[in-house]
Design a protein around this ligand. Structure first.
Ligand code: FES
Length: 114
């Protein structure tokens, strides 16, 4: 059975913002960054940048990317692939759905476009 974590009401995460779900809560080895993108969709990436050990959830939501706060690599929210250097390794994506108004994180289930 796939893992599901209820993160509470979706409207608590404002558009254009990201939040960290700690590893313990996500039931994963690493924390996960959950993003409310400017297109209104919800996405999730591994929280740690693939360039250095920096929390992507402290970065910036720009269109369909999450930009690292340290050196500004912009990771695609659908694929986890960095679109700008210096990072070149992708980060994992995780599916996020909205069910009855709640955000449901599916750790370990990649976004369908990844
Ligand atoms: S630490 Fe993220 S781009 Fe360098």
């Amino acid at each position: 059975m796939t893992q599901r974590v209820n993160l509470g009401p979706a409207d608590q995460l404002r558009e254009g913002r990201a939040m960290q779900v700690p590893a313990k809560r996500a039931g994963t080895a690493e924390a996960i960054a959950v993003v409310h993108a400017e297109d209104g969709g919800f996405y999730a990436l591994d929280d740690e940048c693939s360039h250095e050990s920096v929390s992507l959830s402290e970065g910036f939501v720009e269109e369909d990317t999450l930009e690292c706060p340290m050196h500004a690599s912009a990771f695609c929210l659908r694929t986890g692939v960095p679109e700008t250097p210096p990072a070149f390794e992708p980060v994992r994506t995780h599916l996020v759905t909205v069910e009855d108004g709640d955000l449901i994180l599916h750790p370990g289930t990649p976004h369908p476009e990844a």
